[in-house]
Design a protein around this ligand. Structure first.
Ligand SMILES: C[S@@+](CC[C@H](N)C(=O)[O-])C[C@H]1O[C@@H](n2cnc3c(N)ncnc32)[C@H](O)[C@@H]1O
Length: 429
């Protein structure tokens, strides 16, 4: 019999994110302790492969790697690929970070790049500030993004070194701090100022100091993680890929731990707008096209989609109620974006299931939500979809939480319970 899984609350707890962990905040992430306990309790054989197809900030791959387990993390958002790779940087690299940051800053001071007029940094920063930030970025790229990372199709973000990724994360944090005036209570939203005068002016010295301080703090936090008794880090691959079309060898995965994108009209690319702006010269797709490709996209799909019987009865009932809802655009825009969500989700779960070995397990953390006053019982829907793809639900643990859907402005106008239920669904193939 498979060992019983230890399931802690998957609710994000900022207080637990201290030290090195504190540098990888992600509103959509689950806690490292949740992932670590769960993976440890699975008692996987050495050489077993763990997959997180929606790896986000890389909590699963980080926990697996620190337990000495092999893992593969996938995400479609380039910013999250960088974050997940940085998180894996070994403590032995801590000493190199500060001298590298000092050299990068000094090169940025000596030659400022000419900004492209469409540089996305200009959405929030005045030209002189944007140009210095780009200068730091350009120097990270020139000195640390090696030829291995480049090909005729562009830069392979998933091959970027942990050191380069860490310096990018330090620069992300500088920009996040500086654009704080454009944030609202919704963690996924970053406003772009309409008036150019409202854009941020900041001196080069301030940007440089902030960057070097971040690197110093990251280096100290990383160094303090060193523990001679820690097992050798497990091998890990972080891949930039779309789960709808991901290519994984059939039967190559021993365990899945993941949390699929929410169905609450969250644009995962909007939440990382500033990070994507920093990464601009490394990206081959623009943020809008990327947003459309995401599961949970707020853009209407370009193709017509029909309900598939693989989505199950609960999903069909939910979509029917949504389509008939009297509120504006329910039968049009909202219906079509929900069809897009379930279509992508079902195809992705199909691919994930094919990659799993017979007898292996998959744990999915899924949150329910409301469309106006209509309950979207996503844990049940995902269980039914997974069932149609050969995964049977063996256990379900529910946790109540204050959720993203509470932040949604429509909440007050409709009668519905506050918060959301986050379910940990355990499947077996
Ligand atoms: C709920 S978050 C996962 C958070 C993760 N468990 C953590 O601890 O950081 C879902 C992730 O799915 C990614 N995503 C959305 N659509 C995707 C797609 N089609 N293919 C791959 N990843 C996708 C988003 O970028 C987001 O990072």
């Amino acid at each position: 019999m498979a060992p019983k899984l230890r399931i802690l609350s998957p609710k994000r707890n900022k207080r637990l994110q201290t030290g090195w962990e504190g540098f990888f905040p992600y509103y959509a992430g689950f806690p490292e302790l949740f992932a670590r306990e769960l993976l440890q309790s699975a008692k996987l054989q050495s050489g077993a492969v763990i997959l997180d197809p929606w790896n986000g900030s890389g909590t699963t791959t980080y926990a697996a790697s620190s337990l000495g387990l092999t893992s593969v993390g996938i995400d479609l958002n380039p910013a999250m690929i960088i974050v997940a790779r940085a998180r894996l940087l070994p403590p032995s690299e801590a000493d190199h970070l500060q001298p590298l940051a000092a050299t990068i800053v000094s090169h940025a001071h000596s030659a400022l790049p000419t900004l492209h007029p469409n540089d996305a940094l200009l959405c929030w920063f005045k030209p002189s500030a944007a140009s210095f930030i780009r200068g730091i970025e350009q120097n990270i790229r020139r000195s640390l993004v090696g030829s291995m990372t480049k090909s005729p199709e562009g830069v392979h973000l998933d091959r970027i070194s942990g050191t380069a990724a860490t310096l990018y994360v330090a620069l992300f944090a500088v920009c996040r701090k500086l654009v704080a005036p454009f944030r609202s209570s919704n963690p996924t939203w970053l406003r772009i100022p309409k008036q150019t005068e409202a854009r941020i002016a900041v001196s080069r010295q301030t940007v440089a100091r902030c960057f070097e301080e971040n690197v110093r703090d990251m280096s100290a936090a990383l160094a303090s993680k060193f523990d001679a008794d820690t097992p050798r880090a497990g091998e890990c691959e972080i891949n930039l890929s779309d789960t709808v079309s991901m290519k994984l060898d059939p039967g190559s995965v021993d365990f899945v731990l993941t949390s699929p994108p929410y169905c609450t009209r969250i644009d995962y690319t909007a939440a990382t707008r500033i990070e994507l702006a920093v990464l601009g010269p490394l990206l081959s797709t623009d943020a809008r096209a990327l947003g459309k490709q995401m599961i949970g996209s707020t853009q209407v799909p370009g193709i017509s989609i029909d309900i598939d019987e693989k989505w199950g009865k609960t999903c069909a009932r939910f979509l029917e109620t949504l389509q008939k809802h009297p509120s504006k655009a329910s039968g049009g825009y909202y219906y079509r974006t929900h069809l897009d969500y379930f279509d992508k989700m079902s195809r992705s779960i199909g691919r994930m299931s094919e990659a799993l070995k017979p007898g292996s397990r998959a744990v999915l953390v899924v949150q329910d939500s409301y469309y106006k006053d209509v309950h979207n019982d996503l844990p049940k829907i995902i269980s039914e979809i997974a069932g149609r793809h050969g995964l049977s639900l063996k256990r379900r643990e529910d946790f109540h939480l204050r959720s993203m859907s509470d932040i949604n402005p429509g909440r007050q106008s409709y009668k519905r319970p506050s918060g959301a239920t986050e379910s940990v669904l355990c499947f077996a193939k």
